[in-house]
Ligand binder design. Sequence first.
Ligand code: BMA
Length: 358
Amino acid sequence: MLLALCAITACSTGNKKPMETPKDKLVHQLFTYAQEGKIAYGHQDDLSYGHAWKVEDWENDKLERSDVKAVTGKYPVVLGFDLGDIEHGSDRNLDGVPFGLMKKAVKLHTGRGGIVTFSWHPDNPLTGGDAWDISSDQVVKAVLPGGEKHAEFKLWLERAADFIESLGDVAVIFRPWHENLGSWFWWGGKLCTAQEYKDLYRLTWTYFTKERGLANILWCYSPDGPIDPRDYMSRYPGDEFVDILGTDIYEYPGASSLEEAGVRFGTQVKEMMNSLAALSLEHQKLMCFSETGLEGLGDPAWWTGTLLPAIEKYPVSYVLTWRNAWDKPGHFYAAWDGFEYAEDMKAFSEKDNIVFLD
Ligand code: BMA
Protein backbone atom coordinates (compact mmCIF):
# COMPACT_ATOMS: atom_id res chain seq x y z
CA MET A 1 0.00 0.00 0.00
CA LEU A 2 2.54 2.51 1.15
CA LEU A 3 5.19 1.82 -1.41
CA ALA A 4 2.58 1.75 -4.12
CA LEU A 5 1.18 5.07 -3.04
CA CYS A 6 4.63 6.56 -3.36
CA ALA A 7 4.02 6.66 -7.05
CA ILE A 8 1.49 9.45 -6.67
CA THR A 9 3.75 11.51 -4.46
CA ALA A 10 6.60 11.39 -6.96
CA CYS A 11 8.86 9.80 -4.34
CA SER A 12 9.47 6.62 -6.28
CA THR A 13 8.87 7.74 -9.81
CA GLY A 14 12.45 8.56 -10.61
CA ASN A 15 11.40 12.17 -10.66
CA LYS A 16 14.33 13.90 -8.99
CA LYS A 17 12.65 17.27 -8.81
CA PRO A 18 11.70 18.30 -5.28
CA MET A 19 7.98 18.46 -4.67
CA GLU A 20 7.23 21.91 -5.88
CA THR A 21 3.62 22.63 -6.45
CA PRO A 22 1.10 23.27 -3.69
CA LYS A 23 -0.80 20.24 -4.98
CA ASP A 24 2.28 18.00 -4.67
CA LYS A 25 2.79 19.22 -1.13
CA LEU A 26 -0.81 18.57 -0.18
CA VAL A 27 -0.68 15.08 -1.67
CA HIS A 28 2.50 14.47 0.27
CA GLN A 29 0.99 15.71 3.53
CA LEU A 30 -2.04 13.43 3.15
CA PHE A 31 0.07 10.52 1.99
CA THR A 32 2.37 10.91 5.00
CA TYR A 33 -0.54 10.66 7.43
CA ALA A 34 -1.63 7.42 5.80
CA GLN A 35 1.92 6.10 5.61
CA GLU A 36 2.50 6.74 9.31
CA GLY A 37 -0.78 5.14 10.29
CA LYS A 38 -2.22 8.51 11.32
CA ILE A 39 -5.54 10.13 10.57
CA ALA A 40 -6.01 13.90 10.44
CA TYR A 41 -9.19 15.28 11.94
CA GLY A 42 -11.43 17.72 10.06
CA HIS A 43 -14.54 19.75 10.87
CA GLN A 44 -16.97 21.54 8.56
CA ASP A 45 -17.22 25.34 8.96
CA ASP A 46 -15.06 25.20 12.07
CA LEU A 47 -13.91 28.85 12.03
CA SER A 48 -17.15 30.39 10.77
CA TYR A 49 -19.47 29.48 13.62
CA GLY A 50 -20.18 26.83 16.20
CA HIS A 51 -22.81 25.70 18.63
CA ALA A 52 -24.72 28.89 19.54
CA TRP A 53 -22.16 31.39 18.15
CA LYS A 54 -21.06 32.78 14.84
CA VAL A 55 -18.55 35.24 13.51
CA GLU A 56 -20.41 38.50 12.90
CA ASP A 57 -17.81 40.92 11.58
CA TRP A 58 -15.46 38.65 9.66
CA GLU A 59 -13.34 41.47 8.26
CA ASN A 60 -12.25 42.53 11.73
CA ASP A 61 -12.51 39.15 13.43
CA LYS A 62 -9.30 37.16 13.93
CA LEU A 63 -11.20 33.93 13.26
CA GLU A 64 -9.65 32.32 16.33
CA ARG A 65 -12.79 30.84 17.78
CA SER A 66 -13.49 27.15 17.22
CA ASP A 67 -15.67 24.64 19.08
CA VAL A 68 -13.03 22.01 18.41
CA LYS A 69 -10.26 24.15 19.89
CA ALA A 70 -12.39 25.01 22.91
CA VAL A 71 -12.77 21.29 23.66
CA THR A 72 -9.42 19.84 22.59
CA GLY A 73 -7.07 22.83 22.78
CA LYS A 74 -6.24 22.35 19.10
CA TYR A 75 -7.67 23.23 15.71
CA PRO A 76 -8.78 20.53 13.28
CA VAL A 77 -6.25 19.82 10.52
CA VAL A 78 -8.92 19.86 7.85
CA LEU A 79 -11.34 22.72 7.53
CA GLY A 80 -14.41 22.12 5.37
CA PHE A 81 -16.45 24.78 3.60
CA ASP A 82 -19.41 24.63 1.24
CA LEU A 83 -19.68 26.65 -1.95
CA GLY A 84 -23.48 26.44 -2.22
CA ASP A 85 -24.94 29.69 -3.62
CA ILE A 86 -21.66 30.76 -5.22
CA GLU A 87 -23.37 29.78 -8.47
CA HIS A 88 -25.64 32.82 -8.11
CA GLY A 89 -22.81 35.24 -7.46
CA SER A 90 -24.02 35.55 -3.87
CA ASP A 91 -21.61 36.98 -1.28
CA ARG A 92 -22.44 34.26 1.28
CA ASN A 93 -23.13 30.56 1.06
CA LEU A 94 -26.32 28.62 1.67
CA ASP A 95 -25.62 28.53 5.41
CA GLY A 96 -24.88 32.24 5.59
CA VAL A 97 -21.07 31.98 5.60
CA PRO A 98 -19.53 34.93 3.71
CA PHE A 99 -17.20 33.88 0.90
CA GLY A 100 -14.90 36.67 2.10
CA LEU A 101 -14.66 34.92 5.47
CA MET A 102 -13.83 31.65 3.73
CA LYS A 103 -11.06 33.26 1.77
CA LYS A 104 -9.58 34.78 4.91
CA ALA A 105 -9.91 31.47 6.78
CA VAL A 106 -8.26 29.53 3.95
CA LYS A 107 -5.21 31.80 4.13
CA LEU A 108 -5.03 31.65 7.91
CA HIS A 109 -5.59 27.92 8.13
CA THR A 110 -3.28 26.80 5.34
CA GLY A 111 -0.68 29.24 6.67
CA ARG A 112 -0.49 27.21 9.88
CA GLY A 113 -0.27 23.88 8.07
CA GLY A 114 -3.97 23.11 7.82
CA ILE A 115 -5.87 21.70 4.87
CA VAL A 116 -9.05 23.03 3.27
CA THR A 117 -11.77 21.07 1.53
CA PHE A 118 -14.79 22.35 -0.39
CA SER A 119 -18.10 20.65 -0.96
CA TRP A 120 -20.77 22.25 -3.13
CA HIS A 121 -24.55 22.08 -2.78
CA PRO A 122 -25.61 24.16 -5.79
CA ASP A 123 -29.28 24.81 -6.40
CA ASN A 124 -31.24 22.81 -8.95
CA PRO A 125 -30.48 24.53 -12.26
CA LEU A 126 -33.60 23.23 -13.98
CA THR A 127 -36.33 23.77 -11.40
CA GLY A 128 -34.86 26.67 -9.44
CA GLY A 129 -35.20 24.62 -6.22
CA ASP A 130 -32.31 23.78 -3.94
CA ALA A 131 -29.78 20.94 -4.21
CA TRP A 132 -32.28 18.62 -2.50
CA ASP A 133 -34.99 19.27 -5.11
CA ILE A 134 -35.35 15.88 -6.76
CA SER A 135 -38.61 16.58 -8.54
CA SER A 136 -37.04 16.03 -11.96
CA ASP A 137 -34.71 13.36 -13.28
CA GLN A 138 -33.78 15.51 -16.27
CA VAL A 139 -31.52 17.98 -14.47
CA VAL A 140 -28.11 16.44 -15.13
CA LYS A 141 -29.05 15.86 -18.74
CA ALA A 142 -30.11 19.52 -18.99
CA VAL A 143 -26.72 20.87 -17.86
CA LEU A 144 -24.61 18.66 -20.13
CA PRO A 145 -23.57 19.89 -23.58
CA GLY A 146 -26.65 20.17 -25.78
CA GLY A 147 -28.95 20.52 -22.75
CA GLU A 148 -31.22 23.51 -22.23
CA LYS A 149 -29.37 24.65 -19.09
CA HIS A 150 -25.83 24.04 -20.32
CA ALA A 151 -24.90 27.66 -20.94
CA GLU A 152 -26.28 28.78 -17.59
CA PHE A 153 -24.51 25.90 -15.87
CA LYS A 154 -21.20 26.90 -17.43
CA LEU A 155 -21.68 30.27 -15.76
CA TRP A 156 -22.21 28.47 -12.44
CA LEU A 157 -18.97 26.57 -12.96
CA GLU A 158 -17.27 29.81 -13.88
CA ARG A 159 -18.32 31.42 -10.59
CA ALA A 160 -17.13 28.45 -8.54
CA ALA A 161 -13.83 28.37 -10.45
CA ASP A 162 -13.40 32.15 -9.99
CA PHE A 163 -13.64 31.68 -6.26
CA ILE A 164 -11.11 28.85 -6.12
CA GLU A 165 -8.79 30.79 -8.40
CA SER A 166 -9.07 33.80 -6.09
CA LEU A 167 -7.56 31.75 -3.25
CA GLY A 168 -4.20 32.09 -4.96
CA ASP A 169 -1.33 29.69 -4.72
CA VAL A 170 -2.90 27.26 -2.33
CA ALA A 171 -4.01 23.69 -2.96
CA VAL A 172 -7.46 22.60 -1.83
CA ILE A 173 -9.55 19.45 -1.92
CA PHE A 174 -12.71 19.79 -4.00
CA ARG A 175 -15.44 17.15 -3.89
CA PRO A 176 -18.28 18.16 -6.11
CA TRP A 177 -21.28 15.92 -6.79
CA HIS A 178 -20.87 14.00 -3.54
CA GLU A 179 -23.28 11.39 -2.12
CA ASN A 180 -24.14 10.44 -5.67
CA LEU A 181 -25.43 6.94 -5.08
CA GLY A 182 -28.27 7.94 -2.78
CA SER A 183 -31.10 9.92 -4.35
CA TRP A 184 -31.47 13.09 -2.29
CA PHE A 185 -29.56 15.52 -4.54
CA TRP A 186 -30.45 16.35 -8.13
CA TRP A 187 -27.30 14.51 -9.25
CA GLY A 188 -28.19 11.42 -7.19
CA GLY A 189 -28.43 7.76 -8.16
CA LYS A 190 -32.00 7.66 -9.40
CA LEU A 191 -31.91 11.14 -10.88
CA CYS A 192 -29.48 10.51 -13.73
CA THR A 193 -27.83 7.64 -15.53
CA ALA A 194 -24.33 6.51 -14.61
CA GLN A 195 -23.07 7.95 -17.87
CA GLU A 196 -24.74 11.32 -17.23
CA TYR A 197 -23.19 11.43 -13.76
CA LYS A 198 -19.73 10.66 -15.10
CA ASP A 199 -20.18 13.30 -17.78
CA LEU A 200 -21.16 15.85 -15.15
CA TYR A 201 -18.06 15.15 -13.08
CA ARG A 202 -15.81 15.19 -16.14
CA LEU A 203 -17.38 18.39 -17.43
CA THR A 204 -16.63 20.05 -14.10
CA TRP A 205 -13.07 18.71 -14.00
CA THR A 206 -12.40 19.66 -17.61
CA TYR A 207 -13.71 23.17 -17.15
CA PHE A 208 -11.65 23.81 -13.99
CA THR A 209 -8.52 22.02 -15.14
CA LYS A 210 -8.31 22.51 -18.88
CA GLU A 211 -10.34 25.64 -19.59
CA ARG A 212 -9.32 27.52 -16.46
CA GLY A 213 -5.93 25.93 -15.78
CA LEU A 214 -6.66 25.41 -12.08
CA ALA A 215 -3.95 22.95 -11.18
CA ASN A 216 -4.07 23.24 -7.38
CA ILE A 217 -7.10 21.10 -6.82
CA LEU A 218 -7.21 17.58 -5.42
CA TRP A 219 -10.40 16.05 -6.75
CA CYS A 220 -12.29 13.87 -4.32
CA TYR A 221 -14.94 11.37 -5.37
CA SER A 222 -17.21 10.73 -2.37
CA PRO A 223 -20.23 8.50 -2.79
CA ASP A 224 -22.40 7.98 0.26
CA GLY A 225 -22.63 4.80 2.23
CA PRO A 226 -23.75 2.47 3.45
CA ILE A 227 -23.73 0.73 0.12
CA ASP A 228 -22.54 -2.54 -1.15
CA PRO A 229 -18.87 -1.60 -1.57
CA ARG A 230 -19.02 -3.21 -5.01
CA ASP A 231 -21.30 -0.35 -6.10
CA TYR A 232 -18.72 2.28 -5.15
CA MET A 233 -17.14 2.44 -8.60
CA SER A 234 -20.41 2.25 -10.54
CA ARG A 235 -20.34 6.00 -11.20
CA TYR A 236 -16.60 6.60 -10.88
CA PRO A 237 -15.59 9.24 -13.43
CA GLY A 238 -12.17 7.67 -14.05
CA ASP A 239 -8.63 7.81 -12.69
CA GLU A 240 -7.76 10.89 -14.68
CA PHE A 241 -10.40 12.93 -12.86
CA VAL A 242 -9.95 11.80 -9.28
CA ASP A 243 -7.15 12.11 -6.70
CA ILE A 244 -8.85 10.96 -3.50
CA LEU A 245 -11.38 8.23 -2.89
CA GLY A 246 -13.72 9.33 -0.14
CA THR A 247 -17.04 8.32 1.33
CA ASP A 248 -19.77 9.94 3.42
CA ILE A 249 -21.31 7.69 6.06
CA TYR A 250 -23.25 8.88 9.11
CA GLU A 251 -24.53 7.06 12.15
CA TYR A 252 -28.34 7.14 12.30
CA PRO A 253 -29.76 5.60 15.46
CA GLY A 254 -33.37 5.81 14.25
CA ALA A 255 -35.43 3.62 16.52
CA SER A 256 -32.49 1.45 17.61
CA SER A 257 -30.41 1.88 20.72
CA LEU A 258 -27.19 3.88 20.47
CA GLU A 259 -25.22 0.75 21.14
CA GLU A 260 -26.88 -1.08 18.28
CA ALA A 261 -26.54 1.94 15.98
CA GLY A 262 -22.87 2.27 16.88
CA VAL A 263 -22.17 -1.38 16.09
CA ARG A 264 -24.06 -1.12 12.79
CA PHE A 265 -22.20 2.07 11.84
CA GLY A 266 -18.85 0.55 12.80
CA THR A 267 -19.51 -2.49 10.63
CA GLN A 268 -20.58 -0.38 7.65
CA VAL A 269 -17.56 1.90 7.96
CA LYS A 270 -15.06 -0.94 8.29
CA GLU A 271 -16.52 -2.69 5.30
CA MET A 272 -16.29 0.46 3.21
CA MET A 273 -12.79 1.38 4.44
CA ASN A 274 -11.60 -2.11 3.69
CA SER A 275 -12.84 -1.80 0.16
CA LEU A 276 -11.51 1.77 -0.26
CA ALA A 277 -8.08 0.59 0.91
CA ALA A 278 -8.05 -2.02 -1.85
CA LEU A 279 -9.36 0.43 -4.45
CA SER A 280 -6.88 3.13 -3.46
CA LEU A 281 -4.07 0.65 -3.98
CA GLU A 282 -5.43 -0.58 -7.27
CA HIS A 283 -6.07 2.93 -8.62
CA GLN A 284 -3.13 4.62 -6.89
CA LYS A 285 -5.28 7.12 -5.02
CA LEU A 286 -5.36 8.57 -1.55
CA MET A 287 -8.38 7.77 0.58
CA CYS A 288 -10.35 9.74 3.14
CA PHE A 289 -13.53 9.64 5.22
CA SER A 290 -14.96 12.77 3.63
CA GLU A 291 -18.02 13.22 5.90
CA THR A 292 -19.27 11.51 9.00
CA GLY A 293 -20.85 12.05 12.37
CA LEU A 294 -23.57 11.28 14.84
CA GLU A 295 -25.90 14.28 14.97
CA GLY A 296 -26.15 15.55 18.55
CA LEU A 297 -23.45 13.12 19.79
CA GLY A 298 -25.80 11.32 22.15
CA ASP A 299 -23.34 8.45 22.60
CA PRO A 300 -20.94 9.40 25.45
CA ALA A 301 -18.09 7.40 23.90
CA TRP A 302 -18.75 7.90 20.19
CA TRP A 303 -15.26 9.18 19.32
CA THR A 304 -13.14 6.62 21.08
CA GLY A 305 -15.62 3.75 21.20
CA THR A 306 -17.21 3.88 17.76
CA LEU A 307 -15.42 6.16 15.29
CA LEU A 308 -11.82 5.39 16.16
CA PRO A 309 -12.04 1.58 16.08
CA ALA A 310 -13.92 1.79 12.78
CA ILE A 311 -11.17 3.68 10.96
CA GLU A 312 -7.83 3.29 12.69
CA LYS A 313 -6.71 0.16 10.89
CA TYR A 314 -7.05 1.75 7.46
CA PRO A 315 -4.89 4.26 5.54
CA VAL A 316 -7.50 7.02 5.89
CA SER A 317 -5.70 10.32 5.39
CA TYR A 318 -8.39 12.35 7.15
CA VAL A 319 -11.84 12.10 8.69
CA LEU A 320 -14.20 15.08 8.70
CA THR A 321 -17.22 15.47 10.95
CA TRP A 322 -20.03 17.74 9.78
CA ARG A 323 -20.95 21.22 11.00
CA ASN A 324 -22.03 22.60 14.40
CA ALA A 325 -24.92 24.81 13.29
CA TRP A 326 -25.07 28.01 15.32
CA ASP A 327 -28.83 28.34 14.87
CA LYS A 328 -30.01 24.72 15.21
CA PRO A 329 -29.17 23.55 18.74
CA GLY A 330 -29.31 19.82 18.00
CA HIS A 331 -27.48 19.97 14.67
CA PHE A 332 -23.86 19.44 15.71
CA TYR A 333 -21.24 16.78 15.01
CA ALA A 334 -18.29 17.94 17.11
CA ALA A 335 -18.31 18.62 20.84
CA TRP A 336 -18.42 22.21 22.11
CA ASP A 337 -17.45 23.98 25.29
CA GLY A 338 -19.90 22.86 27.96
CA PHE A 339 -21.24 19.85 26.06
CA GLU A 340 -21.81 17.00 28.53
CA TYR A 341 -19.79 14.37 26.61
CA ALA A 342 -16.96 16.66 25.46
CA GLU A 343 -14.37 14.61 27.35
CA ASP A 344 -14.54 11.76 24.82
CA MET A 345 -13.71 14.02 21.89
CA LYS A 346 -10.79 15.38 23.90
CA ALA A 347 -9.61 11.81 24.53
CA PHE A 348 -9.88 11.12 20.78
CA SER A 349 -7.78 14.21 20.04
CA GLU A 350 -5.05 12.91 22.36
CA LYS A 351 -4.66 9.55 20.63
CA ASP A 352 -1.24 9.01 19.06
CA ASN A 353 -2.75 8.09 15.71
CA ILE A 354 -5.08 11.10 15.44
CA VAL A 355 -3.73 14.45 14.26
CA PHE A 356 -4.98 17.91 15.18
CA LEU A 357 -3.18 21.22 14.69
CA ASP A 358 -1.39 22.56 17.77
C1 BMA B 1 -26.62 19.61 5.47
C2 BMA B 1 -27.20 20.33 6.69
C3 BMA B 1 -27.84 21.60 6.19
C4 BMA B 1 -26.81 22.44 5.40
C5 BMA B 1 -26.14 21.61 4.31
C6 BMA B 1 -25.02 22.36 3.59
O1 BMA B 1 -26.08 18.39 5.83
O2 BMA B 1 -26.17 20.63 7.60
O3 BMA B 1 -28.32 22.35 7.29
O4 BMA B 1 -27.44 23.55 4.82
O5 BMA B 1 -25.63 20.43 4.87
O6 BMA B 1 -24.02 22.75 4.46
